[in-house]
Design a protein around this ligand. Structure first.
Ligand SMILES: [Zn+2]
Length: 359
């Protein structure tokens, strides 16, 4: 099948490319096998635009039923470990309700054009099987980060062998690890966790400096120098952004605005590898179009937005084809992209790595 598109938006080496009059060839299994340009302009659909699918790089999928709490309570009372209501809820609730929450999250994500999700699972070893039961029904690449079920109130508490053993079990099953905050773990535990996870070639994600009080307790220093986390989420209050340079930083714009009243958009100008997530499903639907529009409203450069929200696996497919395309340098291109991001919506998908949409 050939789809002709008036415009095609893609990424190459982190640069947003806009291709006019693109032609996309799709094989019998629905995969993109070729991209080219067409000279005679006749479209299958008027105003078709093809863009890559979104990557949602930080989603908590278990807390849909806590919507009222997210709207009315202070952040630490809802999501703070170990006594936030989210943790009590996930321990006590019937697993059918957790399953429904996961299904809802995947369904909304799928319908709004997300192709990859980095999912955080609280009580990881207990909840991973729930995720596995539903995720196969959705053609989304899921990268799970499992959170250990035990925390300390503070890093000064005694070393707990159980925590490290739980992390060991998580990585033995091949999963990445997420810690709610390095401040909830003893320094020796953090050192061991770092070693165990990285020895296996897996990744560590942690929340950093979301609120001012944890920033002042220097959670960033622990995350960078002791835990050596690969993915830092939020960084709302981090001022010296040069410290974040070599890390993957995930910003969750709507959640940051709702829970702490600000989003650190300077990160987009200063850090190379910024990704975007929707955070808790009880707070926000995992619809990346909403994050895109929030970032536009906050004045983030449209090219930076594209670089941060689109999936970047498989961009090589596009790069393989020597097609006439150009980097977005002209004002008119940026304006086109801005209008697209404001008004776009997902109407269909081509395969596991691209979406098709109409403008
Ligand atoms: Zn989070």
């Amino acid at each position: 099948m050939i789809i002709r598109s008036r415009k095609l938006v893609t990424l190459e080496d982190d640069k947003t490319l806009l291709i006019d009059n693109a032609q996309v060839e799709i094989d019998d299994e629905g995969r993109i096998v070729g991209i080219g340009k067409i000279s005679n302009i006749r479209y299958d659909k008027r105003f078709t635009i093809l863009i890559p699918q979104f990557a949602n790089c930080h989603v908590h999928v278990l807390d849909l039923e806590l919507r009222r709490c997210f709207k009315t309570m202070y952040i630490d009372d809802v999501v703070g470990a170990p006594y936030g209501i989210k943790y009590l809820y996930i321990r006590k609730v019937d697993e059918r309700r957790l399953l429904r929450s996961i299904e809802y999250a995947l369904d909304v994500a799928y319908r709004s054009g997300t192709g990859e999700m980095w999912i955080v699972l609280e009580m990881g070893l207990h909840t991973i099987d729930l995720l596995s039961r539903v995720m196969e029904r959705f053609p989304i690449t899921v990268k799970p980060f499992l959170e250990p079920s035990k925390f300390h109130i503070g890093y000064w508490e005694n070393y707990d062998e159980d925590i490290v053993n739980e992390v060991r079990m998580i990585v033995e099953r091949g999963f990445n690890v997420e810690l709610i905050s390095p401040l909830n773990y003893n320094v020796d535990e953090l050192k061991h966790i770092e070693k165990i996870v990285h020895e296996r070639g897996l990744e560590i994600m942690t929340h950093v400096s979301e609120t001012l009080d944890v920033y002042e307790e220097d959670d960033l220093d622990l995350a960078l120098n002791v835990l050596k986390a690969d993915v830092l989420v939020h960084c709302t209050h981090v001022r010296d952004l040069s410290k974040l340079e070599n890390k993957i930083i995930v910003v969750t714009p709507r959640s940051n605005l709702a829970l702490v009243g600000k989003c650190n958009v300077e990160i987009f100008n200063n850090v190379q590898n910024v990704r975007v997530g929707t955070d808790n499903v009880g707070l926000n639907d995992p619809d990346m179009w909403c994050e895109v529009r929030t970032l536009l409203r906050l004045g983030v450069d449209v090219n930076h937005i594209c670089r941060s929200v689109f999936i970047n696996v498989g961009c090589g497919d596009f790069a393989r084809f020597q097609i006439a395309c150009y980097h977005i340098t002209y004002e008119k291109d940026s304006n086109f992209l801005r209008r697209l991001l404001w008004r776009g919506r997902t109407l269909g998908r081509i395969d596991g790595s691209r979406i098709m949409m109409f403008y």
